[in-house]
Design a protein around this ligand. Structure first.
Ligand SMILES: *Cc1c(COP(=O)(O)O)cnc(C)c1O
Length: 381
């Protein structure tokens, strides 16, 4: 079924008001390829709001992760530690460079990278580890950064869910040498397809600009630093059109309203389902007191796979689309080829069967949400 066929879809692209105006402005500017004025404004916005050394828009978070793998010079024989409970691109970006993904389990409370297992997975071949801030709730960054620094492992934060979340007062995306964002239609801020690479370790800035511009020094050329541009490194084409940046900038400008809507949606679910969860043995998201979440999603963890499937079918009968994710990467066809085996990441295997995400998008109305909550409450075992 497509979005329109559901009474309440899981996601619906939501626009804040100025997107079309900015698309028109981009067309009028005569510069709709990458790194036009709206891209620059998006870069400045991310750099200013997050305090990162450099932010570069990319065509997706997947491509930002690929850029991270290129910048870290990940090569055949290297190992990269990635959660099994995450999106495939987190592993694929490094596999494309010839690395072997080493799967780490997640914590049962936050479903984040389990920092207590990190050090034992590090070998002399470990090049990097990816901390994915699941549901926009920060990983245990103090511990992860301490181990990584001591053992010489680079940290990449996959902050696709976590823009404007924070851990112990510091914003997500500012801990790793590099961090990645997604502006896919399902994320808090969106231009359909898009992403960004955030650079905290300044040593990567110049090369990131080259890798992103087909391996040329075109960025320096545009700044007047060289009088012609040429092939200087490996690279690819990771710049989104300025038309997409125009949409994204309109969303960035609405940051306060988008985040407050999402905060409200999250708390309405929480308040509406807390008693039901206690009665049915379902678990609701856990947010440790020392972090501010980004309000990316609301999920429930049911007592069993059967209970999850029953809830999902009941919602489907009511015209409500709920979705589950992630199938454990270590047990996927690719994961098995890299040595994944059943029992390796028990929390991931368990949660993957029992987690269900409820509709969550910026324009979800209170009335729609009431319908979802009432429908969930009808399922009591
Ligand atoms: C959405 C997502 C991605 C991929 O984002 P794209 O922009 O679609 O490439 C990567 N990692 C996580 C955790 C995601 O949720």
């Amino acid at each position: 079924m497509t979005t329109g066929e559901w009474l309440i879809p899981f996601n619906r692209p939501s626009f804040e008001g100025r997107e079309l105006e900015y698309i028109h402005a981009s067309i009028a500017s005569g510069h709709v390829s990458g790194d036009g004025s709206f891209s620059r404004r998006c870069h400045q916005f991310l750099e200013f709001e997050l305090g990162v050394a450099r932010a570069l828009l990319t065509t997706s978070c997947t491509h930002a992760l690929e850029m991270a793998a290129l910048l870290l010079e990940v090569a055949p024989g290297d190992e990269v530690i990635v959660p099994s409970f995450t999106f495939v691109s987190v592993a694929n970006a490094f596999v494309l460079r010839g690395a072997r993904p080493v799967f780490i389990d997640v914590r049962p409370d936050t479903l984040n990278f389990d920092e207590r297992q990190f050090e034992q997975l590090i070998t002399s071949r470990t090049k990097a580890a990816v901390a994915v801030h699941y549901a926009g709730v920060g990983c245990e960054m103090d511990s992860i950064v301490e181990v990584a620094t001591r053992r010489g492992v680079a940290i990449v934060e996959d902050n696709a869910h976590g823009l404007f979340g924070s851990y112990r007062g510091r914003q997500l995306g500012t801990f790793g040498s590099l961090a990645t964002q997604s502006f896919h239609e399902t994320k808090n801020f969106s231009c359909g397809e898009g992403g960004a690479l955030l650079i905290n370790d300044k040593r990567f800035i110049e090369r990131a600009e080259v890798v992103r511009e087909k391996g040329t020094d075109r960025s320096r050329f545009f700044r007047g630093l060289v009088d012609k541009y040429t092939w200087t490194d490996i690279g690819s084409s990771y710049l989104p059109s300025d038309l997409l940046a125009a949409i994204l900038f309109a969303q960035f400008e609405a940051r306060a309203s988008i985040q407050s809507k999402r905060r409200e949606i999250w708390w309405r679910y929480r308040r509406g389902l807390v008693d039901w969860a206690a009665r049915t043995g379902a678990t609701l998201p856990f947010i440790p007191a020392d972090r501010e979440q980004a309000y990316h999603m609301f999920y429930v963890i049911m007592p069993s796979l059967e209970a999850r499937q029953r809830l999902m079918s009941h919602l489907r009968e009511k015209g409500i689309l709920s979705v589950f994710h992630y199938l454990p990467l270590h047990l996927s066809r690719m994961g098995l080829q890299f040595g994944g085996e059943p029992g390796q990441c028990p929390v991931t295997e368990d949660v993957s069967d029992r987690l269900l995400r409820l509709p969550f998008f910026n324009s979800l109305t209170a009335a729609q949400q009431e319908t979802v909550i009432e429908s969930v409450q009808q399922v009591v075992d």
